[in-house]
Write a protein that binds this ligand. Structure first.
Ligand SMILES: C[S@@+](CC[C@H](N)C(=O)[O-])C[C@H]1O[C@@H](n2cnc3c(N)ncnc32)[C@H](O)[C@@H]1O
Length: 407
């Protein structure tokens, strides 16, 4: 891979938005198709790829578009559901039938508009959709449920739900100018005909990409990457992934509009529980539990312990909590690297895309800490390349940390 030290939008999720299935739903921390294609092209033919942090299944989709096979893991049930739909090989005939169901929904939902339809228990919902738009979107949801049921395992009806997710985000006040989702200045009022037209064009777009056959096969499994388990006894030749970064971003927070509207989340307390399982999770209860967290006896890189010590001594009122956050993040990643070893073919290659971060001006060098963890665990040929600069002012980069497992 070429070394890049400038900011490059072609190496971020922005590059993916117009690339068929890759653009179905937006997740800011998704990585770029271009970067993944470069890495997949290094995988030996007929070998299996593993992505232990699937997210929106970018690795899996790139792999099967290039005729390879892949297994993916995630712990977020919405992303597992979404990823498996994105990776499905659809039949043209069944998609034609789905088109008819979609047209019925589009024409019949306005008759359902009232204030009685179910709306999610999303905090400050009026900040997302105004009092005019919300009942229209809720009526559409209720009509979808009547025609195809709630989101489930049927990939065809899931396509309609994915379009609904796109619609709710495009009609909301969510803004994507930052790494984390934020709010625009105000909410926009949408009329019924505008929602119909928008929903129609989203479906057209999703359908066109769903019609494109995929060459390989990939699935997303619900597996906690801190204790990897094997799937069908497969051993992997190439791990291509982008784990969470130690930057306090919460995937549950980013995904909450989708997760509430699709009923993958119902209460704020569930969000905290889910985020506690996520590496680097930091939402609600996940942060309060950190106060009582302590690592078990494992040899961890000295450079990590030094960074935690410096954060602890920084004098900020939250320094103890942040030091523990960083400690736990790299401890969890260490457990991941350790459990991964059982699933690798001798000679397997690892490529981990990760960013560094700073806490109170103290640098947390993820690349160097990963390198040391890998070394302690017996990986070889460890090296790092800079993929891009993430921020014009601060020294924030994205790295590709690579290694080999020789058994
Ligand atoms: C940076 S995102 C991956 C983005 C992905 N490369 C894409 O293009 O969409 C990291 C993912 O790791 C998942 N994750 C966090 N902790 C995990 C764990 N313990 N086990 C499995 N997946 C986890 C999160 O749910 C999130 O989807």
């Amino acid at each position: 891979m070429t070394k890049h030290t400038e900011q490059r939008s072609d190496y971020t999720f922005k590059y993916n938005t117009k690339l068929g299935r890759h653009g179905w739903l937006r997740l800011t921390p998704a990585y770029s198709v271009k970067l993944v294609q470069e890495l997949v092209s290094e995988t030996p033919k007929n070998a299996f790829i593993l992505d232990p942090f699937s997210g929106t299944a970018t690795t899996g989709l790139c792999a099967i578009e290039m005729g390879m096979s892949a297994h993916l893991c995630d712990i977020n049930p919405f992303l597992i559901w979404f990823g498996n739909t994105k990776l499905f090989n659809f039949s043209g005939r069944k998609l034609n039938e789905l088109e008819k169901v979609f047209d019925e929904i589009l024409n019949s939902f306005p008759a359902k508009i009232s204030n009685d339809n179910w709306v999610p228990n999303l905090h400050n919902i009026e900040r997302w959709w105004c009092g005019h738009t919300l009942p229209i979107v809720a009526a559409l949801r209720s009509e979808i449920v009547e025609k195809v049921g709630e989101p489930q395992d049927d990939p065809y009806s899931n396509l309609i739900w994915i379009c609904f997710c796109r619609l709710i985000i495009e009609t909301s006040s969510a803004a994507f100018n930052h790494v984390s989702m934020s709010f625009k200045g105000g909410v926009t009022k949408f009329e019924v005909h505008q929602i119909q037209s928008l929903f129609g064009s989203i479906f057209e777009n999703v359908l066109a990409s769903a019609r494109k056959p995929l060459k390989g096969k990939a699935v997303v499994n619900s597996i906690d990457s801190r204790c990897m388990t094997d799937v069908d006894n497969i051993r992997y030749a190439h791990v291509i992934t982008s784990p969470p970064y130690p930057n306090r971003m919460s995937y549950i927070r980013e995904l909450r509009p989708y997760m509430y509207w699709t009923k993958f989340l119902d209460k704020a307390s569930e969000a905290g529980e889910l985020d506690w399982k996520a590496i680097g999770g930091t939402w609600g209860i996940a942060t309060s539990r950190l106060k009582d967290w302590a690592p078990s006896e494992v040899e961890l890189p000295k450079i990590l312990l030094n960074s935690c010590e410096a954060i602890l001594n920084s004098g900020d009122k939250n320094s103890e909590l942040m030091a523990r956050y960083v400690h736990k993040y790299f401890y969890d990643m260490h457990l991941h690297f350790a459990s991964l070893r059982n699933l690798l073919e001798p000679g397997a290659k690892l490529d981990y895309i990760v960013g560094n971060s700073t806490f109170y001006g103290i640098h947390v060098d993820s690349d160097k800490i990963y390198e040391k963890s890998l070394e302690i665990l017996g990986y070889t040929n460890i090296s790092t390349t800079i993929v891009r600069k993430r921020n014009s002012k601060k020294e924030l980069y994205e790295f590709c940390v690579s290694a080999r497992w020789n058994g």
